[in-house]
Design a protein around this ligand. Structure first.
Ligand code: CAA
Length: 380
């Protein structure tokens, strides 16, 4: 068993670290405060190949593996989880879903713009009454000649306003439950498609989260993804990979908070010595380091499963569950290590603590991960 990273993996990891430190760090506090979308930074990430990392080069992607994507997510998230969620949704939910299940025409039309950062994608499953209970879709898309008529509301949509390409899940055959659900490509600007108000969030405030309203939007039939009735499976399969990306985001938040706490503990003095010399602090750092390393193994293993053609529903859910718990716990402890300074914005850890929380909620709450994990282990 070889736990070392290859030369290529080390290079992409370094490139993401350099980008995060030079391009994301400046202004990250201000963007969080002002809820400002990192538009310029996303454009640059497109130029660097971070927006379509796993997509084949023939569609403008970087043709890399999932482990490379995870390494990039981890480095970006150490500094700016608002920027990294844009990368995660675009890569895992939108590009992967389109490349894996789209028609050749859909891939040619949309992927080259999505992989280069020219356009951003959004994944639209959640509804006011269908968050965890994803089969209870109320949005409808009813067949009408050569198109579908889309009606309904989606909630908490990441990249809600900044996106141009939206993958929308809707009920097409009302009496068929989850077997009557389809996924569609909807473009910004289609008649009847309105973007609702922006959510004022606790964390990842630089990313834009909106509700979306569809009033008799005419979606051409060629915009349906996959066979009729494939929409729920499409969402589940796409989310299974998305969970690896969010697990990497959580890992990055944890590692970022830990690195700040370690550095601070070696500089700050109390009772005549650096606080790292007090066991109360040193033991916290030991716990953080150990848990982050355990989370990292789960996250990289789930990426390895995906890259090696293994089922990754279980390993991805375990990685997301554990890494998000470690992110929350580590960020809270990092604030504690910083004492009063941890409670003010300049030291970054309070933001990481607020950002950590969402990793336990989106792309399936911790409770949803436990459903996926327990069903999988009980089946054996
Ligand atoms: N792969 C393929 N098929 C799957 C699957 C998977 N991973 N998981 C479920 N399915 C299939 C099942 O096989 C079943 O199909 P059949 O009837 O043909 O056998 C069908 O889907 C229904 O499955 P279940 O009976 O297991 O459905 P359920 O109602 O019990 O729900 C659930 C399962 C795991 C709880 C699911 O509803 C779920 O994942 N909910 C959470 C949704 C979620 O993650 N939302 C996040 C929104 S997106 C987001 O957050 C993005 C963002 O902005 C960052």
């Amino acid at each position: 068993m070889d736990f070392s990273l290859s030369e290529e993996h080390l290079m992409i990891q370094q490139a993401a670290k350099d980008f995060a430190e030079t391009e994301l760090l400046p202004g990250v506090i201000e963007r969080d405060e002002a809820q400002e979308f990192p538009a310029e930074q996303v454009k640059k990430m497109g130029e660097l190949g971070f927006m379509g990392m796993m997509v084949n080069e023939k569609y403008g992607g970087s043709g890399m593996d999932t482990l490379s994507y995870v390494l990039v997510m981890e480095e970006l998230s150490k500094i700016d989880a608002s920027a990294s969620v844009v990368v995660s949704v675009n890569n895992s939910l939108v590009c992967w879903g389109l490349e894996t299940y789209g028609t050749e025409a859909q891939k040619e039309k949309y992927l080259s713009r999505l992989t280069t950062g020219e356009a951003i994608g959004a994944f639209c499953l959640s509804e006011p009454e269908a968050g965890s209970d994803a089969t209870s879709q109320k949005t409808t898309a009813l067949e009408n000649g050569d198109h579908y008529i889309l009606n309904g509301t989606k909630n908490w949509i990441t990249n809600g306003n900044s996106a141009e390409v939206y993958l929308v899940i809707a009920q097409t055959h009302i009496d068929k439950g989850h077997k009557g659900i389809n996924a569609f490509i909807v473009e910004k600007g289609m008649d009847g498609f309105e973007i609702g108000p922006k959510e004022n969030k606790l964390g990842i405030r630089g990313s834009d989260t909106h509700s979306l309203i569809f009033n008799d939007v005419k979606v051409p039939k060629e915009n349906r993804i996959g066979e009729d009735g494939f929409g729920f499976k499409f969402a589940m399969k796409t989310l299974a990979g998305g969970r690896i990306g969010i697990a990497a985001q959580a890992l990055g938040i944890a590692a970022g908070a830990y690195e700040l706490a370690k550095k601070y503990s070696k500089e700050r003095k109390a009772f005549g010595t650096e606080i790292s010399n007090h066991q109360a602090i040193a033991f916290k750092l030991a716990d953080m380091h150990t848990k982050i390393e355990a989370a990292r193994h789960l996250v990289y293993k789930s990426a390895w499963d995906k890259d090696n053609g293994n089922n990754y529903d279980l390993s991805g859910a375990m990685a997301k569950l554990y890494a998000s718990e470690v992110a929350m716990e580590t960020a809270v402890e990092a604030v504690q290590v910083h004492g009063g300074n941890g409670f003010v914005k300049d030291y970054h850890v309070e933001r990481l603590m607020r950002d950590a929380k969402i990793t336990q909620i989106y792309e399936g709450t911790s409770e949803i991960q436990k459903i996926v994990i327990s069903r999988s282990v009980l089946r054996d």
